[in-house]
Write a protein that binds this ligand. Structure first.
Ligand SMILES: [Zn+2]
Length: 111
């Protein structure tokens, strides 16, 4: 996880092309699911998604448990191992409560 203002030109290009790739993949998946009809069930959660909506479930790439960040009434899921070099991101609710006891890595979380 990095703020976009810290990305260099190559990283911007990689991010842009990755976004396009993922969006094209999901357009195809959702079009296939709809099978030419107007979808009757609209949801942001799909079994084929890697980590979205899969808090505590194993990451499909590394098997580590999917983490979450909660903000307001929303939640963002991520794999600390694959997407953040093994570091846990601060959760506004629990990390504020635990302060210095908030685990920084998956290993600290296990303990
Ligand atoms: Zn992973």
């Amino acid at each position: 996880m990095r703020q976009v203002k810290h990305l260099n030109d190559n990283e911007w290009r990689d991010l842009h092309s990755s976004c396009q790739l993922v969006l094209r993949k999901w357009i195809e998946i959702l079009n296939n699911k709809a099978a030419g009809k107007f979808p009757t069930k609209v949801t942001a959660f799909h079994a084929e998604m890697a980590v979205h909506g899969k808090y505590k479930q194993p990451c499909p790439d590394c098997g580590k448990p999917v983490q979450r960040i909660r903000y307001a009434s929303n939640e963002c899921n991520y794999c600390a191992q694959c997407q953040n070099q093994g570091k846990l991101l601060a959760d506004r609710g629990l990390s504020r409560l635990l302060k210095k006891d908030w685990p920084k890595t998956l290993e600290e979380l296990d303990q």
